[in-house]
Design a protein around this ligand. Structure first.
Ligand code: ADP
Ligand code: ADP
Length: 229
């Protein structure tokens, strides 16, 4: 699903590379945590996979596509094939829950009738049936993140990228969000999640890729957050 081969990324304004000769393979259906201290390169990794940025050297393939050969005009289509969830939810604040989710289908040209059928199904999947007509500010943080997950998942992406999705949530709400991401993973969607949340990583025992100063320093199939920590 994701294949990085000797990928480095240097920003002009920085002396050390944000990613330094990173090679990673993620198979279809995996659930992967990307951990590491602030500045270790987690967001850069996700941004390269999303093709929001390009590597300085090395190769990246996502879902069978060589991103180095992806034409600029195909970049939006590439991004739409992936789902994204962020720490700060990034909902459209003046649109209702169902409009936020429906919009993801509108932009790919799904007909109105299909949208009216699919959106309630996905809202039920994330436990938001009954909140379809609410605006984001009328919802709790956990509910807003559920809307964001519904929107990310409504196109049935092969890959879901989550950058600190529980960063603004309390531990109980975070645990609920993780149950939801596990459920989405069980449908066959590959999940790649950057996080600082040691409790979540330790309780899930999934693959852990640890970055430090832009290098992979650990890659374990059923890892915990910190060895001996
Ligand atoms: P993390 O997500 O683990 O906190 P990042 O990928 O955001 O790490 O950052 C990795 C390194 O790259 C840091 O040293 C950061 O300062 C640098 N960096 C990230 N984005 C940019 C940018 N747009 N311009 C310059 N430097 C950046
Ligand atoms: P209109 O009169 O334009 O149909 P609606 O209130 O029915 O106004 O819809 C406004 C927006 O909300 C539209 O973008 C529509 O796709 C979306 N929408 C309305 N109802 C649903 C629904 N049950 N499921 C999904 N999206 C809906």
């Amino acid at each position: 699903m994701i294949h990085l081969s000797h990928v480095s990324k240097s920003y002009k304004t920085s002396t050390r590379p944000a990613l330094d000769d990173v090679s990673i393979d993620v198979d279809k259906g995996e659930f992967v945590f990307v951990i590491g201290p602030s500045g270790s390169g987690k967001s850069t990794f996700l941004r390269l996979v999303l093709r929001e940025d390009v590597p300085t050297s090395g190769q990246i393939q996502v879902a069978g596509k060589d991103l180095g050969k992806l034409r600029r005009s195909k970049v939006p289509a590439h991004r739409r094939r992936l789902g994204c969830v962020f720490q700060d939810f990034r909902l459209l604040t003046n649109k209702t829950v169902e409009q936020n989710v429906g919009f993801a289908l509108e932009v790919i040209g799904r007909p109105r009738a299909a949208i009216r059928k699919i959106v309630p199904e996905v809202l039920e999947l994330v436990g938001l049936e009954g909140k379809a007509r609410r605006l984001p500010h009328e919802l709790s943080g956990g509910e807003q993140q559920r809307v964001a997950i519904a929107r990310a998942f409504v196109n049935r992406p092969l890959l879901l990228l989550a950058d600190e999705p529980t960063g603004n949530l309390d531990p109980d709400t975070s645990a609920d969000i993780m149950l939801l991401l596990e459920r989405i993973n069980r449908t066959g969607t590959t999940v790649l999640m950057a996080t600082h949340d040691n409790n979540i990583v330790d309780s899930m025992r999934r693959r852990v890729i640890e970055l430090q100063l832009g290098k992979v320093v650990r890659d374990e199939s059923r890892g915990v957050y910190g060895v001996g920590r």
